[in-house]
Design a protein. Sequence first.
Length: 216
Amino acid sequence: MKERTKSALERTISTHPRLEPCRASVERAYEVLLAAFTAGAKLLLCGNGGSAADATHIAGELAKAYLLRRAPRPEIVKKIEAGIPGPDASCLLALEEALPAISLTTNAALLTATANDVNAELVFAQQVIAYGRPGDVLLGLTTSGTSANVVRAFQTARVLGLSSICLTGVRAPEWLSDLVDVVIAVPESSTPAVQELHLPVYHALCEMIESELFVA
């Protein structure tokens, strides 16, 4: 782990000392994500309400630059500079290297069709079936640890051979750790308080991954 990567977690815990008990689980989540991205696998994310917004937030931080400029790979730059049919394509040089992170909370057509035609508990699980492949990672956010549609997604991930990470709170049931590879349970119980601590956790993870993959 690079020094910049380590400092991202240290700074987060220093700013939010209540997260000290989560240090080991955050480090493990980082390792799972790093292994997946290094292997070319992708991250799927889900959650409800504010956690749905968090899922989309995380995807946005990973699928473009977060804190660092991520210049396109040299082979991409070379092809752009060689010329592409159509209007001047030099603006493509501003594209940033991306990590494949997909929020499962935004496809209204698929979400509503699954809820109406199949089972509302399966709105995320159906997308795990569609997009998930062995080696991918599912990250689910559930402040209680019992959100039915997130749990069904984790169960589907287990069946398909995906790794899994859960961001939750202290109310999470004990059985969750048997279902999910990494449980990050922040030391709060009310939904707003749990979500307030989820943000620094996932910002730290995004910074750690970016630092490790995009800093020489």
